[in-house]
Design a protein around this ligand. Structure first.
Ligand code: ZN
Length: 126
């Protein structure tokens, strides 16, 4: 597995160096890893002893990461179809455009589309 360089502040040599990770074997059996300073070779007892330079945040997502997940609803998806137009009138017998004075289908589109004013408040605060 390719490992990217991990910066540490080595307490032994007092420098900013890179962490060396190497598999540790007991005979042929891999028993773990060793962690040491790439500059002076100081070996750390365990990963928790390693003085990571930037601290370590595992599994913590920033707010920026999270906001990418938010689904954006596109208002244009409604398009300019008659059922969302203020001139669209529906009654038990017909659907009617009060602008063009003609029957329409709810899914018709219209160049004179005018958004219906204030639908009942359905919006959730973002
Ligand atoms: Zn060192």
């Amino acid at each position: 597995m390719p490992e990217k360089s991990i910066e540490i502040n080595c307490p032994a040599c007092g420098r900013e160096t890179l962490l060396m990770r190497q598999p540790k074997y007991d005979g042929f059996k891999r028993v773990g890893e060793t962690f040491s300073c790439s500059a002076c070779g100081h070996e750390f007892a365990s990963e928790s002893e390693v003085p990571f330079k930037n601290g370590r945040k595992v599994g913590v997502f920033t707010d920026a990461d999270r906001s990418k997940q938010v689904k954006v609803f596109d208002d244009d998806e409604k398009g300019k179809i008659c059922r969302y137009c203020k001139n669209y009138i529906v009654n038990p017998f017909t659907q009617y455009c009060s602008h063009h004075k003609k029957e329409v289908e709810a899914t018709d589109t219209c160049p004179a589309f005018t958004p219906k004013p204030a639908e009942p408040p359905k919006k959730v605060a973002l």
